[in-house]
Design a protein around this ligand. Structure first.
Ligand code: SF4
Length: 368
């Protein structure tokens, strides 16, 4: 259940951050709690119930070394008031098409693979009421992620329906599952709103990309990229961000590869840090209300996706509204059964990926 402490100090008298309150703010890491763990290591704990049933759980080592405060939604491990976001508006509605994918990349933040059912496939019938609710709320864009949207049977119908109402944006690995749907995509060009794509190309190096995604996948994605551009669709690139990288040099290396492939236009990039796999806790620093004084205004908080987006997830027991695209592995970020309900919830920055938003400004949204 989502807990929403009130502005005057929460349910335990903790002084919550008041919007507009400006103080000097030290750099990241001084205000935020120190990293309490290292890489994600788990241990298997086996318990025996009264009926002699044995249950095994994988527990992150971080949880054993530094257990959560008893009310971890509101407080950090050290008992400090946790940072939070109060959403302002619904600009963008993400739709999770399900965790099945044609690839099985070891680093996938969704843990996706062929046949995966952690999040079952979305259907058009499930989505329709949310599309209409979002339009009534003034949404500006529908965005789609997976898994791989193009392995979902209903996906062309979903795109067709959504692009009658708003522009659509699709994250895809761009392998042949996309070009196999060419005959379904081309007719959508005459719909009232445009459809744009973001293709994942991890590195400007085919061999390195293919280590994670499978041999030949870089070439398939390049072919899809060219096909989309040749047919008048807008495309951007998702790439992996590396520490200490020279971003300009990295993106120039991509451009050189694109030119060799007959793609001469400049394409926008979005670089992502390593978000870890689902259900993990990498011991990232926790974001406290004091940390959030770095972002004192509505405008400065607007890079946190949860201020302006929501994501729909098919849980297998119905569609639920989650806070953003990065937290579908934690049911505390299930904000309700309708978009209107979800906008009432205060979002506590407890998920380890919240620190990526804090530090890198990570956003899945389309580049402006
Ligand atoms: S991961 Fe980022 S966008 Fe999602 S709830 Fe945390 S801070 Fe908000």
């Amino acid at each position: 259940m989502i807990k929403t402490p009130d502005e005057s100090g929460g349910d335990k008298g903790v002084p919550f951050y008041a919007p507009g309150h400006v103080k000097d703010h030290p750099d990241i890491g001084q205000h935020c709690e120190a990293k309490t763990g290292g890489i994600n290591i788990t241990v298997s704990i086996t318990t025996t119930d009264s009926d002699n049933t044995k249950t095994s759980d994988l527990i992150p080592v971080i949880t054993l070394i530094s257990p959560r405060h008893q009310d971890s939604w509101i407080f950090t491990r050290k008992g400090d008031a946790r940072g939070y976001i109060d959403s302002e508006r619904l600009d963008e509605l993400w739709i999770h098409t399900g965790t099945a994918c044609n690839l099985a990349c070891p680093f996938c933040l969704e843990g996706s693979k062929p046949g995966d059912t952690r999040l079952p496939a979305m259907s058009l019938d499930m989505l329709k009421p949310f599309i209409h609710e979002a339009v009534d709320m003034g949404v500006k864009q529908f965005s789609f992620t997976g898994g791989e949207p193009f392995v979902v049977r209903d996906f062309a119908n979903i795109l067709d329906y959504a692009s009658q109402f708003r522009p659509c944006f699709v994250l895809t690995n761009g392998t042949r599952v996309l070009t196999q749907r060419a005959h379904q995509l081309l007719p959508l060009k005459s719909n009232p709103f445009p459809i744009s794509f973001r293709i994942s190309l991890d590195y400007p190096d085919a061999a390195r990309h293919d280590i994670g995604r499978g041999e030949g996948s870089f070439k398939e994605s390049l072919d899809s990229l060219k096909w989309l551009l040749d047919n008048g669709f807008k495309v951007s690139i998702a790439r992996q961000m590396e520490l200490q990288e020279d971003s300009i040099a990295v993106e120039r290396a991509y451009h050189d590869i694109f030119v060799q492939h007959g793609i001469t236009q400049e394409l926008p990039f979005t670089a992502f840090p390593d978000f870890g796999t689902p259900g993990t806790d990498d011991g990232s620093p926790e974001v406290t209300t004091a940390c959030m004084e770095k972002y004192p205004t509505q405008q400065s908080r607007s890079h946190f996706m949860c201020t302006y987006t929501r994501m729909l997830v098919n849980t297998g027991k119905g569609v639920r509204v989650y806070a953003c695209t990065l937290v579908d592995d934690d049911p505390d970020y299930d904000l309700g059964a309708t978009l209107a309900e979800s906008m009432q919830a205060r979002i506590m920055l407890r998920h380890h990926r919240c620190f990526s938003c804090y530090k890198f400004g990570a956003s899945c949204s389309a580049p402006a």
